[in-house]
Design a protein around this ligand. Structure first.
Ligand SMILES: Nc1ncnc2c1ncn2[C@@H]1O[C@H](COP(=O)(O)OP(=O)(O)OP(=O)(O)O)[C@@H](O)[C@H]1O
Length: 508
């Protein structure tokens, strides 16, 4: 008999030592539906999906695929069944072509040579059918993040996936790319395929999902159909189990002296990035300057240039009146500034190291962490545990490795390290990416607190809503240039939108 459900997970329990990441969770996914899996950071969503995909073994429970009980022991087995998973951090080999990535790991029967022409044809067919716009011979590192995600989709479809698990697929996409992705998802759904959609962005969940399951503290607490009367507040409250205050309260901006002065700074792009061209900006004490822009317009280049991680080809950088243009990154790090880089797992922390080591990583030779001769483990642990409490970092212990924390807790640890002491300057790039509502508001509060204590904050984000809520002045970055800057009161969404698309708009 044909089964209504593509997959049923029954009473799944998964523990990591004493931590119960999934506690008796039951989840049913119908054929031909987009099913949202929601929950705060650390609620257990990724763990449940990793169990389904065979990355983690379960302690208890059963999984049914098309009504048949199965026991998936590896991703290979999951893929063979028709389960595809697209992780937040893509699993592509950057130096390889799309075609090479698609075929990676496939054993084509008895073929000695891979039938390249056939595969190329098939990729082009899939790309056409689903409007993915993917060229089989393009090299992955030259593709935008949106294109790389579409390569992941092609890869899954090439392997005949019937169920696609997508872990925060829009976190790295521009609004336009997200819309394009939704079209692909609708098409897949209309063909009877199912999608599990993990997201922290409630408007898009309400826009595209048919059903919603909510996890909290490892348990599945609610399942609902996406009906007319459902709204963001209801979802948010169900996720956290209490009424949330989502208001951003800001004191009046009273700018002081210039903290950071960027005078015509430039750097070349690397890989697919556009670099920075002749960028000038003064940042004052006690203000937040929000820098809006579509991803890939030089955001990372700019922040890395300020931090001395990139070679400056023109210009001058002053910090509190001192020319720091020639300083090394280590010397800049010793100034009173906090830097939150865009890529949490690659640039902000070392996932395989403990939280204590991640806490002292920038200044291991300084108090309270140690001297140039030795680390003071006791003092590092005490400091880390105190800051973890202050910044609500939830982890088994300070000895836990960073990679085992949920995204929100990783980011809170980075904030605790960078803004745990009073600073004069904050450079934050996409600081809320992948964070749940509560953690996002924690980031907002931390930024506003730094501003109120006299820091100048450069807040770089692709989320216009956030920029409008937090900033005192708003600039737009387009192809590595400052397209314009205006006081928050004069910022209109349409005006900024046009500037983000590279249009010249008059600003006072
Ligand atoms: N490999 C692991 N070893 C130890 N603990 C882990 C491991 N993976 C996850 N955890 C823990 O299990 C809990 C659930 O984490 P999980 O990543 O499933 O949450 P999530 O809901 O996906 O969060 P996010 O929205 O931040 O991605 C967290 O407390 C996390 O620290």
């Amino acid at each position: 008999m044909d089964n209504e459900y593509m997959v049923e997970m029954r009473h799944i329990t998964k523990t990591f030592g004493k931590l119960v990441a999934n506690n008796d969770v039951s989840l049913k996914i119908k054929k031909g539906e987009i099913h949202a899996l929601l929950g705060e950071n650390g609620a257990g969503k990724s763990t449940l999906m990793n169990v389904l995909y065979g990355l983690y073994g379960k302690d208890k429970g059963t999984v049914l695929w098309n009504g048949q009980e199965i026991n998936i022991k590896s991703p290979d087995e999951a893929i063979k069944l028709g389960i595809g998973m697209i992780h937040q951090h893509f699993m592509l080999v950057n130096k390889f072509s799309v075609l090479e990535n698609v075929t990676l790991g496939i054993k084509e029967g008895k073929w000695i040579e891979i039938p390249t022409d056939e595969i190329r044809k098939k990729i082009m067919e899939l790309s056409d059918t689903y409007g993915l716009n993917i060229k089989p011979d393009a090299i992955v590192e030259n593709l935008t993040v949106g294109e790389q995600q579409r390569v992941e989709i092609v890869k899954a479809l090439y392997r005949h996936s019937e169920l696609l698990i997508m872990d925060e697929p829009t976190a790295v996409l521009t609004p336009q790319e997200a819309k394009q992705l939704f079209k692909v998802l609708y098409k897949l759904k209309n063909e009877g395929k199912s999608i599990i959609f993990i997201s922290h962005k409630l408007p898009e969940v309400l826009e595209i999902c048919d059903a919603i399951s909510i996890m909290r503290d490892g348990c599945l607490v609610e399942e609902m159909e996406n009906t007319e009367d459902l709204d963001e507040a209801k979802l948010a409250n169900a996720m956290v189990g209490r009424e949330l205050n989502l208001e951003v309260v800001k004191s009046k901006c009273e700018p002081g002296e210039v903290v950071l002065k960027l005078e015509g700074i430039s750097c070349d792009g690397i890989n697919a990035s556009c670099g920075v061209t002749d960028f000038s900006l003064e940042l004052y004490r006690g203000e937040i300057v929000g820098l809006a822009g579509v991803d890939g317009n030089g955001q990372t280049d700019l922040s890395e240039l300020i931090m001395g991680l990139r070679k400056m080809t023109t210009g001058k950088i002053e910090f509190l009146g001192q020319d720091i243009s020639k300083m090394t990154t280590k010397q800049r790090r010793e100034l009173s500034l906090g830097y939150i880089p865009a890529d949490r797992l690659k640039s902000a922390m070392i996932p395989s190291m403990s939280l204590t080591m991640n806490m002292c990583i920038n200044k291991p030779d300084q108090a309270p962490f140690g001297t140039k001769w030795a680390l003071n483990q006791k003092s590092i642990t005490e400091y880390t545990e105190r800051k973890m409490k202050e910044f609500n970092v939830v982890a088994k212990s300070s000895g836990e490795v960073g990679g085992n924390l949920s995204g929100g807790n990783q980011q809170k640890l980075v904030l605790a390290r960078e803004l745990g002491e009073k600073v004069d300057l904050v450079i934050a790039v996409y600081p809320t990416r992948g964070l749940d509502i509560d953690a996002t508001h924690f980031v907002f509060d931390t930024m506003l607190k730094a501003r109120d204590e006299g820091a100048a904050v450069l807040y770089i984000s692709t989320e216009l809503e956030e920029i409008l809520q937090l900033s005192d002045r708003i600039g737009v970055l387009y192809e590595g240039r400052l397209q314009g800057i205006m006081p928050q009161q004069e910022a209109e969404v349409t005006k900024i939108g046009l500037m983000m698309a590279g249009r010249e708009v008059e600003v006072k």
